[in-house]
Design a protein around this ligand. Structure first.
Ligand code: GLA
Length: 359
């Protein structure tokens, strides 16, 4: 029997930069998905989840289109592992999780990474963590059918306690960055709006297509290649919407690096301002926030947060805020009151921190 688990993640900053070869800075969350796997000499994997009434039976030679729903993430991992020529044992697997689904906290990557870790441990396959992330991404892109980047899997695999992971997606380089706001009297608050999202729908793919069109028009393979030229280069993008999308990506990359610099100085006031600027860019240029998320971000800053931003793919999910520790209750109450007064459901407010990665 093998037990393996992988965490959800919060992206501190660097949204929709991953598929543009840019920078992002996620942390692994304390919330995890755990897998218990009992290998057997059979050619199917039967999977039970504490979140589903019925188990799913997956043939090991599964192919895209065969399994849908949550089981597709598991089947996708099997399919991607085998596609890489790696052995996959059959057996039974039971899954439990406290990573909320559809909140932008990467419940899908947590599931992929936990399943992959369990299967690889059972077969004895040595797969380095970057390759594990790619296998998880392939499962999601080509089996589940969501064209997401590599951010979520890398965050789940490389997370460490009190540490954020700076990722440079151009060469998939991963650097640990000390992140312990609590030691400086600052809390990282997570507001789950309760507004659910799904990436398989068209908006994510549309944003990605806009960025790719902008890069193509500028004659480069990715927007990262014009990063050093500054936003003026975007005068060369004819479609104003594509140009705005690309502006978000270029300015967001800049903010990730500025955020890392602010952390090095333990300057959480500066870090907070970068959160707020990132949110504005996602609201105005990338247009992936919602009125509901804007209200959470704005009301937390009005109540004393150093800064706040939506985190994740967008169109729902969570907002994070850096808040002086003595103001956490006040900010939480003020956000709840503002959100309820506007007719939205009450957000769930929690204090989070950087936790361990998959293992
Ligand atoms: C989702 C995707 C990631 C990334 C983020 C936005 O979480 O799965 O690959 O693109 O959105 O930063």
């Amino acid at each position: 029997m093998i037990a393996y688990s992988a965490p959800g993640r919060v992206n501190l900053i660097g949204e929709h930069t991953d598929y543009n070869d840019g920078f992002a800075l996620p942390i692994a969350l304390p919330q995890r998905t755990s897998v218990v796997f009992t290998p057997a000499d059979i050619d199917t994997l039967t999977v039970l989840s504490d979140r589903a009434d019925e188990s799913v039976r997956i043939p090991l030679d599964t192919a895209p289109g065969q399994i849908s729903g949550w089981g597709a993430y598991v089947a996708g991992v099997i399919w991607a592992l085998r596609g890489n020529g790696l052995p996959v044992p059959g057996g039974t697997m039971s899954i439990s999780s406290d990573v909320p689904i559809g909140s932008g906290l990467s419940s899908s990557a947590a599931l992929e990474c936990a399943v992959l870790g369990a299967l690889a441990s059972a077969s004895g396959a040595q797969i380095d963590r970057i390759e594990q992330a790619r296998i998880g991404q392939r499962a999601e892109n080509d089996y589940v059918g969501a064209a997401t980047g590599l951010l979520d899997q890398l965050a789940s695999l490389f997370g460490e306690v009190s540490t954020a992971t700076l990722i440079d997606f151009r060469d998939t380089a991963v650097h640990p960055v000390a992140f312990d706001p609590d030691a400086s009297g600052v809390a990282l608050l997570l507001f789950d709006s309760g507004q659910r999202h799904g990436h398989v729908d068209g908006e994510y793919a549309e944003r990605r297509a806009s960025c790719e069109r902008a890069a193509a028009e500028l004659g480069v393979a990715s927007l990262r290649e014009v990063q050093h030229l500054g936003v003026e280069v975007l005068d060369g993008v004819s479609d104003p919407v594509d140009a705005r999308r690309a502006r978000h990506v270029l300015t967001e990359n800049e903010r990730v690096l500025d955020f890392v610099a602010a952390l090095a100085e333990l300057d959480f006031a500066a870090a907070g301002k970068l959160f707020t600027a990132s949110h504005a860019s996602m609201r105005d240029d990338f247009e992936i926030t919602t009125g509901h998320l804007d209200l959470i971000a704005d009301s937390s800053v009005a109540a004393g947060a150093l800064g706040a931003r939506m985190t994740g793919g967008g169109f729902g999910g969570c907002v994070i805020a850096l808040v002086p520790a003595e103001l956490t209750l006040k900010v939480g109450d003020a956000v709840r009151a503002a959100v309820v007064a506007a007719g939205y459901g009450e957000p769930e407010v929690s204090r989070v921190f950087a936790a361990a990665g998959a293992g």
